[in-house]
Design a protein around this ligand. Structure first.
Ligand SMILES: O=P(O)(O)OC[C@H]1O[C@H](O)[C@H](O)[C@@H](O)[C@@H]1O
Length: 433
Protein backbone atom coordinates (compact mmCIF):
# COMPACT_ATOMS: atom_id res chain seq x y z
CA UNK A 1 0.00 0.00 0.00
CA UNK A 2 2.89 2.29 0.83
CA UNK A 3 6.17 1.98 -0.95
CA UNK A 4 9.25 3.25 0.83
CA UNK A 5 12.74 3.74 -0.57
CA UNK A 6 15.96 5.51 0.25
CA UNK A 7 18.49 7.14 -2.04
CA UNK A 8 21.73 8.32 -0.53
CA UNK A 9 25.38 8.30 -1.34
CA UNK A 10 25.89 5.67 1.33
CA UNK A 11 22.69 3.82 0.55
CA UNK A 12 24.00 0.34 1.25
CA UNK A 13 25.52 1.20 4.57
CA UNK A 14 22.27 2.69 5.87
CA UNK A 15 19.88 0.22 4.36
CA UNK A 16 21.33 -3.23 4.56
CA UNK A 17 23.51 -3.24 7.62
CA UNK A 18 21.33 -1.49 10.07
CA UNK A 19 17.82 -2.78 9.54
CA UNK A 20 18.49 -6.24 10.86
CA UNK A 21 20.59 -4.92 13.73
CA UNK A 22 17.45 -3.27 15.03
CA UNK A 23 15.22 -6.34 15.15
CA UNK A 24 15.32 -6.62 18.94
CA UNK A 25 14.97 -2.88 19.60
CA UNK A 26 12.00 -2.60 17.27
CA UNK A 27 10.44 -5.70 18.74
CA UNK A 28 10.64 -4.38 22.28
CA UNK A 29 9.23 -0.97 21.23
CA UNK A 30 6.47 -2.76 19.33
CA UNK A 31 5.46 -4.72 22.42
CA UNK A 32 5.74 -1.71 24.67
CA UNK A 33 3.34 0.22 22.41
CA UNK A 34 0.88 -2.69 22.31
CA UNK A 35 0.66 -2.97 26.09
CA UNK A 36 1.19 0.67 27.08
CA UNK A 37 -2.37 1.07 28.30
CA UNK A 38 -1.43 3.78 30.77
CA UNK A 39 -0.24 5.97 27.90
CA UNK A 40 -2.16 7.86 25.24
CA UNK A 41 -2.30 4.98 22.78
CA UNK A 42 -6.06 4.80 22.14
CA UNK A 43 -5.49 5.81 18.48
CA UNK A 44 -3.71 2.50 17.78
CA UNK A 45 -6.87 0.37 17.71
CA UNK A 46 -9.32 3.20 17.07
CA UNK A 47 -9.99 2.52 13.36
CA UNK A 48 -10.88 -1.10 14.17
CA UNK A 49 -12.91 -0.25 17.24
CA UNK A 50 -15.02 2.47 15.65
CA UNK A 51 -18.61 1.19 15.54
CA UNK A 52 -21.28 1.82 12.93
CA UNK A 53 -23.18 3.74 15.62
CA UNK A 54 -20.17 6.04 16.26
CA UNK A 55 -19.89 6.72 12.57
CA UNK A 56 -23.62 7.21 12.09
CA UNK A 57 -23.76 9.73 14.93
CA UNK A 58 -21.12 11.85 13.19
CA UNK A 59 -22.74 11.47 9.79
CA UNK A 60 -26.23 12.42 11.05
CA UNK A 61 -24.83 15.51 12.68
CA UNK A 62 -22.93 16.34 9.52
CA UNK A 63 -26.15 16.06 7.47
CA UNK A 64 -27.96 18.34 9.92
CA UNK A 65 -25.22 20.94 9.65
CA UNK A 66 -25.16 20.77 5.84
CA UNK A 67 -28.92 21.20 5.71
CA UNK A 68 -29.11 24.16 8.05
CA UNK A 69 -25.92 26.10 7.40
CA UNK A 70 -23.79 27.55 4.64
CA UNK A 71 -20.66 27.48 6.79
CA UNK A 72 -19.21 25.37 9.60
CA UNK A 73 -16.86 27.42 11.77
CA UNK A 74 -14.29 25.13 13.39
CA UNK A 75 -12.58 26.62 16.44
CA UNK A 76 -9.36 24.90 17.50
CA UNK A 77 -5.57 24.94 17.36
CA UNK A 78 -2.75 22.40 16.96
CA UNK A 79 -4.13 18.87 16.93
CA UNK A 80 -7.62 20.29 17.24
CA UNK A 81 -7.58 21.81 13.75
CA UNK A 82 -4.57 20.77 11.65
CA UNK A 83 -5.81 17.29 10.76
CA UNK A 84 -9.25 18.37 9.59
CA UNK A 85 -7.74 21.19 7.57
CA UNK A 86 -5.10 18.89 6.09
CA UNK A 87 -7.58 16.26 4.92
CA UNK A 88 -10.07 18.84 3.68
CA UNK A 89 -7.33 20.51 1.58
CA UNK A 90 -5.88 17.24 0.30
CA UNK A 91 -9.22 15.89 -0.89
CA UNK A 92 -11.03 18.99 -2.13
CA UNK A 93 -10.65 20.87 -5.38
CA UNK A 94 -8.22 23.76 -5.04
CA UNK A 95 -10.62 26.61 -5.69
CA UNK A 96 -14.08 25.25 -4.90
CA UNK A 97 -13.56 23.52 -1.60
CA UNK A 98 -17.21 23.03 -0.75
CA UNK A 99 -18.15 21.07 -3.87
CA UNK A 100 -19.82 18.16 -2.05
CA UNK A 101 -20.31 19.72 1.35
CA UNK A 102 -20.46 23.21 2.78
CA UNK A 103 -17.68 25.66 3.46
CA UNK A 104 -15.57 24.92 6.55
CA UNK A 105 -13.74 27.89 8.04
CA UNK A 106 -11.08 27.58 10.71
CA UNK A 107 -10.53 30.07 13.52
CA UNK A 108 -8.97 30.01 16.98
CA UNK A 109 -5.57 29.00 15.65
CA UNK A 110 -4.19 32.53 16.00
CA UNK A 111 -4.90 35.68 18.00
CA UNK A 112 -5.14 38.03 15.05
CA UNK A 113 -7.85 40.68 15.36
CA UNK A 114 -8.05 41.18 11.62
CA UNK A 115 -8.46 37.46 10.99
CA UNK A 116 -11.39 37.38 13.44
CA UNK A 117 -12.95 40.55 12.04
CA UNK A 118 -12.81 39.20 8.51
CA UNK A 119 -14.23 35.87 9.63
CA UNK A 120 -17.20 37.45 11.43
CA UNK A 121 -17.82 39.74 8.45
CA UNK A 122 -17.83 36.75 6.14
CA UNK A 123 -20.60 35.19 8.26
CA UNK A 124 -22.92 38.22 8.23
CA UNK A 125 -25.18 37.04 5.44
CA UNK A 126 -24.71 33.32 5.82
CA UNK A 127 -26.06 30.70 8.19
CA UNK A 128 -23.48 28.90 10.27
CA UNK A 129 -22.81 26.26 12.92
CA UNK A 130 -19.88 26.34 15.34
CA UNK A 131 -17.76 23.33 16.24
CA UNK A 132 -15.38 24.17 19.08
CA UNK A 133 -12.68 21.55 19.57
CA UNK A 134 -10.29 21.31 22.51
CA UNK A 135 -8.96 18.27 24.34
CA UNK A 136 -7.87 20.23 27.41
CA UNK A 137 -10.81 22.60 27.19
CA UNK A 138 -8.73 25.57 28.25
CA UNK A 139 -6.48 26.66 25.36
CA UNK A 140 -6.25 30.45 25.18
CA UNK A 141 -6.68 30.93 21.42
CA UNK A 142 -9.61 28.50 21.28
CA UNK A 143 -11.34 29.90 24.36
CA UNK A 144 -11.08 33.50 23.15
CA UNK A 145 -12.46 32.62 19.72
CA UNK A 146 -15.27 30.57 21.27
CA UNK A 147 -16.31 33.44 23.52
CA UNK A 148 -16.53 35.72 20.48
CA UNK A 149 -18.39 33.18 18.32
CA UNK A 150 -20.79 32.30 21.14
CA UNK A 151 -21.75 35.91 21.53
CA UNK A 152 -22.10 36.39 17.78
CA UNK A 153 -24.26 33.23 17.55
CA UNK A 154 -26.62 34.62 20.19
CA UNK A 155 -26.81 37.94 18.29
CA UNK A 156 -27.74 36.04 15.16
CA UNK A 157 -29.90 33.20 16.45
CA UNK A 158 -31.08 34.27 19.92
CA UNK A 159 -32.30 31.34 21.99
CA UNK A 160 -31.77 28.92 19.11
CA UNK A 161 -28.02 29.59 19.14
CA UNK A 162 -27.24 26.64 21.34
CA UNK A 163 -28.65 24.25 18.73
CA UNK A 164 -25.90 25.44 16.42
CA UNK A 165 -22.95 24.87 18.74
CA UNK A 166 -21.18 21.49 18.90
CA UNK A 167 -18.49 20.97 21.52
CA UNK A 168 -15.79 18.35 20.89
CA UNK A 169 -13.79 17.74 24.05
CA UNK A 170 -12.62 15.27 26.69
CA UNK A 171 -15.56 13.21 28.03
CA UNK A 172 -14.48 13.51 31.65
CA UNK A 173 -12.49 16.69 32.25
CA UNK A 174 -12.06 20.33 31.37
CA UNK A 175 -13.69 23.74 31.46
CA UNK A 176 -15.14 23.41 27.97
CA UNK A 177 -16.97 20.24 29.02
CA UNK A 178 -18.41 22.09 32.02
CA UNK A 179 -19.54 24.98 29.82
CA UNK A 180 -21.17 22.55 27.39
CA UNK A 181 -23.07 20.82 30.19
CA UNK A 182 -24.14 24.09 31.80
CA UNK A 183 -25.27 25.64 28.49
CA UNK A 184 -26.78 22.50 27.00
CA UNK A 185 -24.48 22.37 23.95
CA UNK A 186 -24.27 19.03 22.17
CA UNK A 187 -21.01 17.18 22.84
CA UNK A 188 -18.75 14.83 20.93
CA UNK A 189 -16.06 12.95 22.81
CA UNK A 190 -12.32 12.88 22.24
CA UNK A 191 -11.43 9.59 23.92
CA UNK A 192 -9.42 10.25 27.09
CA UNK A 193 -6.63 7.94 25.93
CA UNK A 194 -5.96 9.88 22.70
CA UNK A 195 -3.87 13.06 22.69
CA UNK A 196 -4.55 16.05 20.42
CA UNK A 197 -2.03 15.35 17.66
CA UNK A 198 -3.14 11.70 17.38
CA UNK A 199 -6.85 12.61 17.30
CA UNK A 200 -7.51 13.12 13.58
CA UNK A 201 -9.57 9.94 13.26
CA UNK A 202 -11.83 10.83 16.22
CA UNK A 203 -14.74 13.31 15.95
CA UNK A 204 -12.04 16.03 16.10
CA UNK A 205 -11.27 15.41 12.44
CA UNK A 206 -14.20 13.33 11.27
CA UNK A 207 -17.03 15.83 11.81
CA UNK A 208 -15.45 18.79 9.94
CA UNK A 209 -14.13 16.48 7.22
CA UNK A 210 -17.58 14.97 6.72
CA UNK A 211 -19.22 18.42 6.63
CA UNK A 212 -16.70 19.36 3.93
CA UNK A 213 -18.22 16.58 1.81
CA UNK A 214 -15.47 13.97 2.17
CA UNK A 215 -16.30 10.30 2.66
CA UNK A 216 -15.17 9.53 6.22
CA UNK A 217 -15.99 5.83 5.87
CA UNK A 218 -13.31 5.55 3.18
CA UNK A 219 -10.83 7.47 5.36
CA UNK A 220 -11.45 5.00 8.19
CA UNK A 221 -11.23 2.01 5.85
CA UNK A 222 -7.78 3.22 4.76
CA UNK A 223 -6.71 3.73 8.37
CA UNK A 224 -8.03 0.27 9.26
CA UNK A 225 -6.02 -1.30 6.45
CA UNK A 226 -2.92 0.52 7.70
CA UNK A 227 -3.57 -0.62 11.27
CA UNK A 228 -3.66 -4.22 10.01
CA UNK A 229 -0.63 -3.90 7.70
CA UNK A 230 1.46 -2.09 10.27
CA UNK A 231 0.70 -4.36 13.18
CA UNK A 232 3.39 -6.88 12.21
CA UNK A 233 6.44 -7.02 14.41
CA UNK A 234 8.78 -7.51 11.45
CA UNK A 235 11.04 -4.75 10.14
CA UNK A 236 11.10 -6.29 6.68
CA UNK A 237 7.32 -6.07 6.36
CA UNK A 238 6.39 -3.04 8.40
CA UNK A 239 6.88 0.15 6.36
CA UNK A 240 6.14 2.42 9.35
CA UNK A 241 8.97 0.80 11.30
CA UNK A 242 11.30 1.03 8.31
CA UNK A 243 10.53 4.72 7.90
CA UNK A 244 11.15 5.29 11.62
CA UNK A 245 14.46 3.44 11.38
CA UNK A 246 15.61 5.33 8.30
CA UNK A 247 14.92 8.62 10.03
CA UNK A 248 16.68 7.38 13.14
CA UNK A 249 19.75 6.26 11.18
CA UNK A 250 19.97 9.59 9.38
CA UNK A 251 19.60 11.40 12.71
CA UNK A 252 22.40 9.25 14.14
CA UNK A 253 24.56 10.27 11.16
CA UNK A 254 24.20 13.92 12.19
CA UNK A 255 21.27 15.07 10.08
CA UNK A 256 19.17 17.48 12.07
CA UNK A 257 16.30 18.44 9.80
CA UNK A 258 13.77 16.29 7.97
CA UNK A 259 12.21 18.15 5.07
CA UNK A 260 8.88 16.71 3.96
CA UNK A 261 8.51 17.48 0.26
CA UNK A 262 5.56 17.12 -2.12
CA UNK A 263 4.86 18.18 -5.64
CA UNK A 264 1.13 18.56 -5.03
CA UNK A 265 -0.05 21.87 -3.51
CA UNK A 266 -3.10 20.20 -1.97
CA UNK A 267 -0.76 18.36 0.40
CA UNK A 268 0.69 21.45 2.03
CA UNK A 269 -1.51 21.10 5.13
CA UNK A 270 -0.65 17.41 5.40
CA UNK A 271 2.86 18.79 5.87
CA UNK A 272 1.62 21.11 8.62
CA UNK A 273 -0.19 18.29 10.44
CA UNK A 274 2.90 16.08 10.10
CA UNK A 275 5.11 18.85 11.55
CA UNK A 276 3.06 19.06 14.73
CA UNK A 277 2.88 15.28 15.00
CA UNK A 278 6.63 14.73 14.77
CA UNK A 279 7.73 18.04 16.29
CA UNK A 280 5.78 17.68 19.53
CA UNK A 281 6.33 13.93 19.76
CA UNK A 282 10.11 13.90 19.28
CA UNK A 283 11.37 17.33 20.20
CA UNK A 284 12.23 17.03 23.86
CA UNK A 285 15.20 16.37 26.16
CA UNK A 286 17.35 18.31 23.63
CA UNK A 287 16.70 15.56 21.05
CA UNK A 288 14.79 15.05 17.83
CA UNK A 289 14.80 15.86 14.14
CA UNK A 290 13.42 19.30 13.32
CA UNK A 291 10.42 18.71 11.00
CA UNK A 292 10.21 21.20 8.14
CA UNK A 293 8.50 21.10 4.76
CA UNK A 294 8.65 22.33 1.19
CA UNK A 295 6.06 22.56 -1.55
CA UNK A 296 7.56 21.81 -4.94
CA UNK A 297 8.02 22.93 -7.57
CA UNK A 298 7.27 26.33 -5.95
CA UNK A 299 10.04 26.04 -3.37
CA UNK A 300 12.62 24.77 -5.85
CA UNK A 301 12.72 28.41 -6.88
CA UNK A 302 13.38 29.65 -3.36
CA UNK A 303 14.86 26.98 -1.06
CA UNK A 304 16.15 24.70 -3.82
CA UNK A 305 19.55 26.38 -3.88
CA UNK A 306 20.10 25.84 -0.15
CA UNK A 307 18.94 22.24 -0.29
CA UNK A 308 21.23 21.47 -3.23
CA UNK A 309 24.38 23.20 -2.05
CA UNK A 310 23.92 24.74 1.40
CA UNK A 311 24.70 23.57 4.92
CA UNK A 312 24.22 19.77 4.76
CA UNK A 313 22.03 19.53 7.85
CA UNK A 314 18.95 18.06 6.23
CA UNK A 315 17.53 15.05 4.48
CA UNK A 316 14.36 14.99 2.42
CA UNK A 317 11.28 12.79 2.60
CA UNK A 318 9.33 12.92 -0.64
CA UNK A 319 5.61 12.23 -0.32
CA UNK A 320 4.12 11.21 -3.63
CA UNK A 321 0.75 9.93 -4.87
CA UNK A 322 1.13 8.08 -8.16
CA UNK A 323 -2.38 8.83 -9.42
CA UNK A 324 -4.23 12.08 -9.13
CA UNK A 325 -7.48 11.96 -11.04
CA UNK A 326 -7.66 15.60 -12.01
CA UNK A 327 -5.21 16.66 -14.70
CA UNK A 328 -4.68 19.11 -17.53
CA UNK A 329 -3.00 18.79 -20.93
CA UNK A 330 -0.65 21.22 -22.60
CA UNK A 331 -2.17 22.39 -25.89
CA UNK A 332 -0.43 22.35 -29.27
CA UNK A 333 0.34 25.81 -30.59
CA UNK A 334 0.83 26.15 -34.34
CA UNK A 335 3.18 29.14 -34.03
CA UNK A 336 5.25 27.62 -31.19
CA UNK A 337 6.64 31.05 -30.29
CA UNK A 338 7.32 29.80 -26.75
CA UNK A 339 9.21 26.67 -27.96
CA UNK A 340 6.94 24.40 -25.96
CA UNK A 341 5.51 22.21 -28.67
CA UNK A 342 7.82 19.40 -27.58
CA UNK A 343 5.55 19.17 -24.51
CA UNK A 344 2.24 19.51 -26.29
CA UNK A 345 -0.43 16.92 -25.46
CA UNK A 346 1.52 15.84 -22.40
CA UNK A 347 -0.24 16.10 -19.07
CA UNK A 348 0.84 18.43 -16.27
CA UNK A 349 0.74 15.57 -13.74
CA UNK A 350 3.11 13.61 -15.96
CA UNK A 351 5.53 16.54 -16.22
CA UNK A 352 5.18 17.13 -12.47
CA UNK A 353 6.15 13.50 -11.79
CA UNK A 354 9.17 13.86 -14.06
CA UNK A 355 10.19 17.03 -12.29
CA UNK A 356 9.99 15.08 -9.01
CA UNK A 357 12.32 12.42 -10.44
CA UNK A 358 14.74 15.09 -11.64
CA UNK A 359 14.73 16.79 -8.25
CA UNK A 360 15.40 13.51 -6.45
CA UNK A 361 18.35 12.83 -8.76
CA UNK A 362 19.79 16.32 -8.40
CA UNK A 363 19.43 16.49 -4.63
CA UNK A 364 20.82 12.99 -4.14
CA UNK A 365 23.78 13.97 -6.32
CA UNK A 366 24.23 17.03 -4.12
CA UNK A 367 24.55 14.68 -1.14
CA UNK A 368 21.06 14.98 0.31
CA UNK A 369 19.75 11.61 1.56
CA UNK A 370 16.25 11.02 0.23
CA UNK A 371 13.47 8.87 1.60
CA UNK A 372 10.54 8.37 -0.75
CA UNK A 373 7.04 7.52 0.43
CA UNK A 374 4.80 6.55 -2.45
CA UNK A 375 1.08 5.85 -2.38
CA UNK A 376 -1.10 4.61 -5.18
CA UNK A 377 -3.78 7.26 -5.42
CA UNK A 378 -4.74 10.59 -3.90
CA UNK A 379 -8.13 9.62 -2.45
CA UNK A 380 -9.85 9.26 0.93
CA UNK A 381 -8.73 5.65 1.43
CA UNK A 382 -5.04 6.38 0.88
CA UNK A 383 -5.12 9.56 2.94
CA UNK A 384 -6.60 7.50 5.81
CA UNK A 385 -3.81 4.99 5.30
CA UNK A 386 -1.14 7.69 5.29
CA UNK A 387 -2.42 9.32 8.49
CA UNK A 388 -2.23 6.06 10.40
CA UNK A 389 1.17 5.25 8.85
CA UNK A 390 2.62 8.57 10.06
CA UNK A 391 1.15 8.25 13.56
CA UNK A 392 2.57 4.76 14.02
CA UNK A 393 5.96 5.71 12.57
CA UNK A 394 6.04 8.78 14.80
CA UNK A 395 5.44 6.87 18.04
CA UNK A 396 8.16 4.37 17.10
CA UNK A 397 10.54 7.19 16.10
CA UNK A 398 10.17 8.88 19.47
CA UNK A 399 10.76 5.65 21.38
CA UNK A 400 13.89 5.05 19.26
CA UNK A 401 15.43 8.22 20.66
CA UNK A 402 14.07 7.38 24.09
CA UNK A 403 11.53 10.16 24.48
CA UNK A 404 7.83 9.95 25.35
CA UNK A 405 5.84 10.41 22.11
CA UNK A 406 2.67 11.47 23.90
CA UNK A 407 3.50 14.47 26.04
CA UNK A 408 4.53 18.05 25.24
CA UNK A 409 5.90 19.56 28.46
CA UNK A 410 7.77 22.31 26.58
CA UNK A 411 4.58 23.87 25.27
CA UNK A 412 3.58 24.88 28.78
CA UNK A 413 6.54 27.27 29.09
CA UNK A 414 5.31 29.82 26.56
CA UNK A 415 1.71 29.40 27.73
CA UNK A 416 2.58 30.36 31.28
CA UNK A 417 4.67 33.35 30.11
CA UNK A 418 1.75 34.66 28.04
CA UNK A 419 -0.61 34.08 30.91
CA UNK A 420 1.75 35.91 33.34
CA UNK A 421 1.98 38.87 30.98
CA UNK A 422 -1.77 39.04 30.38
CA UNK A 423 -2.53 38.82 34.11
CA UNK A 424 0.09 41.46 34.90
CA UNK A 425 -1.43 43.79 32.35
CA UNK A 426 -4.92 43.26 33.79
CA UNK A 427 -3.68 44.17 37.26
CA UNK A 428 -1.89 47.28 35.94
CA UNK A 429 -5.05 48.34 34.08
CA UNK A 430 -7.15 47.75 37.18
CA UNK A 431 -4.83 49.85 39.32
CA UNK A 432 -4.79 52.62 36.67
CA UNK A 433 -8.60 52.73 36.74
O1 LIG B 1 -7.02 20.55 22.03
P1 LIG B 1 -6.39 21.52 22.94
O2 LIG B 1 -6.31 20.99 24.35
O3 LIG B 1 -7.04 22.86 22.89
O4 LIG B 1 -4.90 21.70 22.52
C1 LIG B 1 -4.50 22.30 21.32
C2 LIG B 1 -3.00 22.22 21.23
O5 LIG B 1 -2.50 22.88 22.38
C3 LIG B 1 -1.09 22.85 22.57
O6 LIG B 1 -0.45 23.59 21.63
C4 LIG B 1 -0.57 21.44 22.55
O7 LIG B 1 0.84 21.47 22.58
C5 LIG B 1 -1.02 20.70 21.32
O8 LIG B 1 -0.61 19.37 21.38
C6 LIG B 1 -2.52 20.76 21.21
O9 LIG B 1 -2.93 20.11 20.04
Amino acid sequence: MIHLSLTTKFNEQLFDVNFMNFTDTISSIHHHLEVAEDELTGWLKLPMNMTIDDLNAIQFLSEEIKENADVLVVIGIGGSFLGAKAVREALSPNFTKNQNGIEVLFVGHNLSGSYMKHLIESLHHRDFYVNVISKSGATLETSVAFRILRQYSVERYGQNAKQRVIVTTDPENGLLREIAIAQGFRRLDIPSNIGGRYSLLTPVGLLPISVAGINITEILQGACQAAIDLEVDDIEKNEAYRYALLRYKLYSHGYQVELLASFEPRLSYIHEWWKQLFGESEGKDKKGLFPASVNYSTDLHSLGQFIQEGNPLLFETFLHFNNISEDYYIPFNRVDDDDLNYLSHRSLNEINAISKQGTVLAHAQGGVPIIQIELEKLDAFHIGYLIYFFMKACAISAYLIDVNPFNQPGVEAYKSKISDLLNLESIVNLVAE
